[in-house]
Design a protein around this ligand. Structure first.
Ligand SMILES: NC(=O)c1ccc[n+]([C@@H]2O[C@H](COP(=O)([O-])OP(=O)(O)OC[C@H]3O[C@@H](n4cnc5c(N)ncnc54)[C@H](O)[C@@H]3O)[C@@H](O)[C@H]2O)c1
Ligand SMILES: [Zn+2]
Ligand SMILES: [Zn+2]
Length: 382
């Protein structure tokens, strides 16, 4: 089958790889209809992880079940399904607690597995024609048959639940003020989810024009950090800080005035964390879905290379702030968010900028990485 294969930093190719097989009675093979490119893929694409050439990318996968193993009971050939980016077993201690992002079965020696991601287990990515899905009854979320809401549903694999998770980690409640840093797909979904949860005011900080425009489209208040310290801009408007903060940027945060292309020279890995500690009012909370890594080959200094960042913990303590972080446990939210899409209460696909054939993936990676031509969220259709 054809698949998107990582070649070297800033290079992927569409190549032939072996077809996936049913290797265990619980497996299903899904024929992919939609697989999205994620900001998380860019960390690997840019060579900022330990990902080795040859890995097939793609953790945001949706399609139709082509084949099931003999132990798959509930899911049937022909079912339309979307898979959480987390591969999970459903029966380990963490899965039973709802923490499917920290499954201890699927990636031995580590808590957490994913398709097509470095250090997340042997699971081949789904930016390809077919995907092997283990524990298929647990990992396949059923969708209404047909083709309706394809783009909306494809976002259930990761960014809609992940953005919602950011709002959940921050404990966003009706009437609150929220600042979301990052207007990438995850940040936009965090802002959208905060509004769904009834937030009164949602500020969205970024410096990419098209992304800030999308934030405004859904009712957010755009803040461009190239136009001045975003904390001060928000405090000036409100006369105070905000109730809740969400970091949807992560360790590759850049300073004001940096080019959209980014690069190590522009990065300040702790900037957003410290800005949120400064901006969120005492007793508030920070949700941190943005990715931080324990090892970064391109870290700006020795500490950053081992994920050790300097954050204002004293100020955090003084303000009595709480914080939550980590991979999203997609399974906790995906069926509820699916039902909001079906009932017309949510339409997250406003974030999708490009839907293209799998063969065009190399160009899409380049443009998405440079935030060029409005590339905000790309769906590949094999
Ligand atoms: N926790 C999870 O389960 C999970 C899941 C998916 C993605 N992620 C992570 O979430 C983060 C966002 O993902 P994405 O797909 O939206 O990525 P993205 O790279 O498309 O978006 C990041 C945005 O942050 C902006 N930005 C950079 N520096 C900033 C700063 N100092 N202040 C404000 N904005 C700044 C960029 O301009 C960009 O628009 C990534 O780190 C990704 O790895 C985490
Ligand atoms: Zn993703
Ligand atoms: Zn598990």
């Amino acid at each position: 089958m054809k698949a998107v294969v990582y070649k070297e930093p800033f290079s992927v190719a569409v190549e032939n790889v072996p077809d996936p097989q049913i290797l265990h009675p619980n497996d299903a093979i899904v024929r992919i209809t939609s697989s999205c490119i994620c900001g998380s893929d860019l960390h690997m694409y840019e060579g900022r992880t330990a990902a080795e050439p040859g890995i097939v990318f793609g953790h945001e996968n949706m399609g139709v079940i082509e084949e099931v193993g003999p132990a798959v009971k509930d899911r049937k050939v022909g079912d339309r399904v979307v898979m959480p980016f987390n591969v999970a077993c459903g029966f380990c201690k963490n899965c039973l607690g709802g923490y499917t992002g920290f499954c201890t079965t699927v990636n031995p020696g580590f808590a957490g597995g994913a398709y097509g991601y470095v250090a997340m287990g042997p699971w081949v990515g789904g930016q390809a024609e077919y995907l092997q899905v283990p524990f298929a009854d647990f990992n396949c979320l059923s969708l209404p048959a047909g083709t309706e809401h394809e783009a909306d549903f494809s976002l259930l694999a990761d960014i809609f639940p992940t953005g919602y998770h950011g709002a959940e980690l921050a404990g966003v409640r009706p009437g609150e003020s929220v600042a979301v840093f990052g207007a990438g797909p995850v940040g936009l979904m965090a802002a959208y989810s905060s509004l769904i949860r009834g937030a009164a005011e949602v500020y969205v900080v970024d410096h990419v024009g098209e992304r800030l425009a999308k934030a405004e489209e859904i009712g957010g208040i755009p803040i461009n950090y190239d136009e001045g310290d975003p904390v001060q801009q928000i405090k000036d408007r409100r006369g105070t800080g905000v109730d809740k903060g969400i970091d949807a940027v992560g360790y590759q945060a850049t300073k004001a005035g940096s080019s959209a292309v980014g690069g190590e020279q522009d990065e300040v890995p702790n900037i957003v964390l410290n800005q949120l500690i400064d901006l969120v009012n005492p007793t508030g909370a920070l949700g941190i879905p943005g990715l931080y890594v324990p090892s970064d080959p391109g870290g700006v200094d020795e500490n950053a290379s081992r994920g050790a960042l300097s954050i204002n913990f004293g100020r955090l303590f003084e303000k009595g702030l709480s914080l939550g972080t980590g991979q999203c446990n997609v399974k906790q939210y995906n069926s509820y968010l699916r039902d909001m899409i079906i009932s017309g209460r949510a339409a997250p696909s406003f974030v999708v900028s490009h839907e293209i054939p799998l063969d065009d993936a190399p160009e899409a990676y380049t443009k998405f990485d440079r935030r060029e031509d409005g590339y905000t969220k790309v769906i590949l259709h094999p």
